[in-house]
Design a protein around this ligand. Structure first.
Ligand SMILES: [Zn+2]
Length: 214
């Protein structure tokens, strides 16, 4: 099978996302860019992730053209390919409809602030206004909201989009963004909301960057 390595990584990641409750049914999609060839492995469209095999993961080029796989690629392929074209540092992308990220994207001031130290790696979290799913328009707005260094954005009335230098990093961004949304939701509900002070966030970001540079 061609591109077996990246297909298996994508399959493992979607299974992990289902196990964590970040993905339900056929919602959500995950992509990984090959290091040598400019191709992307991406979850297929409308197929249950239960019992999925590596050959079911679609292969597309950087413009989203379907090259290989038993099923056509996710309808959100423009979002994943647009981010990978704009950000050569990004090798893996994860889009989910995780419940608390979706809830916290609503309202006039949906900014997510870190509550715990590991969450500092993924702030600031951008906000994308509602745009039709699967469109080039939503792809463009996700690229803009991520900017040069962003790792996570919330998409109103839809979900979130996260990225990283590899699948582990993209999955960590997804897990911690949802954790940030869960902790923020409950703290605001209890009236005890108290995000990390900005100086603390800055110091944590420096620590994390230094650790990753080693
Ligand atoms: Zn979606």
């Amino acid at each position: 099978m061609k591109y077996e390595r990246i297909r298996k990584i994508v399959l493992d990641a979607i299974e992990e996302a289902v196990a964590q409750g970040l993905v339900k049914g056929t919602s959500g999609n995950i992509a990984l860019r090959d290091d040598e060839d400019d191709v992307i492995a991406i979850t297929p469209s409308g197929i249950s992730y239960t019992g999925m095999k590596p050959e079911d993961i679609a292969i597309v080029d950087l413009d989203g053209n379907w090259l290989d796989g038993n099923y056509k690629p996710s309808s959100e392929v423009p979002m994943h390919t647009a981010v990978m074209r704009a950000r050569p540092d990004v090798k893996a992308t994860v889009h989910t409809h995780a419940m608390f990220a979706t809830i916290m994207a609503m309202g006039d001031n949906p900014e997510l602030r870190p509550i715990t130290p590991p969450q500092c790696e993924f702030t600031p979290v951008g906000i994308v206004p509602f745009t039709m799913p699967g469109s080039n328009d939503v792809a463009k707005k996700v690229v803009e909201a991520l900017g040069d260094n962003g790792r996570a954005v919330l998409i109103k009335n839809h979900g979130m989009f996260c990225c990283g230098k590899d699948m582990k990093a993209a999955m960590a961004a997804t897990t911690y963004t949802e954790e940030m949304a869960v902790t923020t939701f409950y703290a605001k509900l209890l009236g005890t909301y108290e995000p990390m002070p900005e100086e603390g966030e800055k110091a944590m970001k420096a620590l994390i960057a230094a650790d990753q540079a080693v």
